[in-house]
Design a protein around this ligand. Sequence first.
Ligand code: ATP
Length: 511
Amino acid sequence: MTSNQETFKKIISHAKEYGFIFQSSEIYDGLSAVYDYGPNGVELKNNIKSYWWTSMVQMNENIVGFDASVLMHPKIWKASGHVDAFNDPLIDNKDSKSRYRADVLIEDYVRKIELKINKEIIKSKKRFGDSFDEKQFRKTNSRVLDYERKIKEINTEMKKCFDDDDLVSLKKLIDDLGIVDPVSGSKNWTEIKQFNLMFSTSIGASIDSSSEIFLRPETAQGIFVNFLNVQKSSRKKIPFGIAQIGKAFRNEIVARQFVFRMREFEQMEMQFFVKPGTQSQWYNQWKDTRMKWHQALGLGEENYRFHDHDKLAHYADAACDIEFNFPFGFKELEGIHSRTDFDLSQHEKYSGKKIKYFDPEINESYTPYVVETSIGLDRMFLAILSSSYTEERIDEQNSRLVLKIPDFLAPYKLAILPLVKKDGLPDYANRIFNDLKIHYNISYDEKDAIGRRYRRQDAIGTPLCITVDHDSLKDDKVTVRFRDSMQQIRIDISQLKKEIDDRLSLSNWLD
Ligand code: ATP
């Protein structure tokens, strides 16, 4: 097992032990790729939602919020193309009986070549030191050029297979590349089949009158079919956006990697409606804005990168992912898609209702184009959890485990800890707790030695611990201990709220 895999395992068990994430239906041996959020998990999740909603909706006067239902008219999924084309190409290995997505097998193969390029770069960096010019090296090194040529060839061939809907050639590509099953090392593959990812259920009381409907596989369509309702009621002029946070359901073929790939998950999506012809400018603008939003979290700029799509979905004229460096490598965190007028036109066609925008500036009606930003809340959660998980040596004997979650996202903003459980300290500590609880989510803990309580708060990412001791009763001062530096300062309780606000509030962060 690599050290990254080991760390990932530790993160998963940490998430369970400290009440962040549990396997769904655990006492019945679990339901695969479905997870429940515990008391600390739900707080972190709500704070991430709030960060997204505040910066996307509250801070943009041309974006409004929305909340569509999960169940919708089945024709919506016909119109959107999901009934016919929301498929993943699945392939089985006959020896290991494991099932894979054919495109993911090929993408993983490409990633291995990318790793080889990185190795060459690291090797040469070491050799040449400060005089190393990476750009020049990539342009001239024959081994790197060969690798890059190979990647290009594979991607072009894969794109062609998808464009032509040619599963036979896709299988041939897997055979030609000699791709082996990552579990068994076998090359004994079945043919590739398409598999629709939508969950279906039925609506209506009796079998005769019921009809098949689908659990939505994305939140976007709820926004498209309500485009005119929202535009007219909010009197928005193009360009404007509609944002939504909600559950989506996909019967994923390969559901591994914890909350990275779930069958029930949450999306935070924003559909931005623009004048035809301006979509490319808006697409680039949203790419830029969304990347900045991620980088503002301070999880390390080197942990993000764009991946522009060669293989475009049926509705898009441009698309990219923002990828994050998860413990299992760079993978998609957010998708940014220029969806053209495909969805609105399709709904106009299938519903028979006119879905046009009258533009008063040019005195014309048209079908708006759409640029979408779509981020998985659970993937965002995993990005934060995995990058903030830190094992730290304090001195020769002691180490600690600390979640360095961005302060304003932490489940508890502070913990209030009376040094001992007697001499009036709990009463004093409780008074502080009661004064502040309306402003922040606070943890109160009076059990065990103070050192152990600090460790417990470190393990759930609480940025500030406030300790009440015997002197506090005399001078109205408390000790504030900072999670990351472990530094302690003495502060007057009248200054406490300001100190906390300065460091932890979302509005200060966004400012
Ligand atoms: P992937 O290629 O990883 O399957 P996708 O391209 O199908 O993802 P989109 O349809 O663009 O994903 O969905 C937008 C976002 O929703 C993704 O960027 C991701 O963060 C999230 N998402 C998609 N599928 C899942 C899933 N099964 N579990 C958790 N999050 C998901």
